[in-house]
Design a protein around this ligand. Sequence first.
Ligand SMILES: Cc1ncc(COP(=O)(O)O)c(C=O)c1O
Length: 414
Amino acid sequence: MRPVFIGASPNTEKDDIKLAIKLLFQPWNWRGDKENSVNRFEKMVSEYHDGINAVAMDSARSAFYLLLKAYGIGPGDEVILPSFSCLVIANPVIWVGAKPVYVDIDKETFNLSLEDLKKKVTNKTKVILVQHTFGLPVELEKVREIVGKDVKIVEDIAHSLGGIYKGQKIGTIGDASVATFGIEKVISSVRGGMVLVKDYKIAEKIRKELAIAPHFSFVRTKIALLNPILWSIITPVYYVGVGKATIGRAFSFVAHKLGIMGIMIEKCEYDTQKPSWIPARMPSVLARLGMNQFGKLDRYNNHRREIAKIYEQKLGTFKVDQNSTHNYLRYPLLVEPEKRSRIYNIASKNHFVLGNWYKNILYAPDSSLEKLGYKKGDTPNAEWVAERIINLPTAVNISRKSAEILTEALENQK
Ligand SMILES: Cc1ncc(COP(=O)(O)O)c(C=O)c1O
């Protein structure tokens, strides 16, 4: 059986690899092409989201940064954020000089706690970033009631692209949203992000800033194109060998050492510093990969619902409704902290590498938390969940059969 890695290019299929290889050999098309791929990708995503203004760039962190700037957020302002998330999406608040304020989560939904939100809103609150964790929609109408009409609601649709909440596309309910096409997300262009914003003037401001932003470098573009190709070589041989001495592990080790696998979070970001090349424009080749994946969005999300249902039946407490209109980017399990590493090991013995979003507050080492404006105890539920969370894969790289094998291996272990 082919191994399943939750984070290593989980959305990549044969057509994506073929496209990446083709594009790798067309360096003259990397930055811009005559088909205007970046504009076409923006149009595609915009049309899917009821015609909302869409602006593409290198990542969601850049998208949030430029959006905050365009809204005029700065010193003296407060931005409410989930702490059960990743530091890269908190950093932009610090980059514009505003204060991040972290809201706790509900232990069952992993989404923001409305009770805690009531305590965190002040007259300095200008923006709230709302994450639909693992795809489950936040009740945005209740958030609006609490924050009032003047606070901008920005949806973080990293986990929830393609979902629908009460008849409305997720990403079109708030004032704006930020999307990522990072490697482990709903669809992947390896790197990439977009702002979706209702206010045309804000979209234009962002476009102007981007027009003078650096290009995504040739080296980074090459590394991004190589990523799905390399994983397609490493994955089938990852467990071929003796014990831990396997061909795939050796290949992966060398590729990482050579720096050709790319890095998602730069060292300076752990110190809340902005990498000098961010924000950057989206290269047209990554828009091409993104468009190819976007065409498969609904199929991928249907698949995720089916796989999540398999886990729920025997393992989970996270409810799965197959008639629901949202996705399940990953299936979350909560286990006693002392059992967690055993469960990873059992999964690994069966050739599954599970996920750990978000095993630390803001997915950050303790040494970064103070810089991020987070004090231990600020969000106790999120801290409790962080100690217990394990994520099971639901992407297209796991078949129903594999999900059943994983379920069987983990049953009785929780
Ligand atoms: C919930 C969430 N939002 C946003 C991001 C940022 O996406 P990007 O890597 O495109 O900046 C991440 C990254 O891991 C994330 O986990």
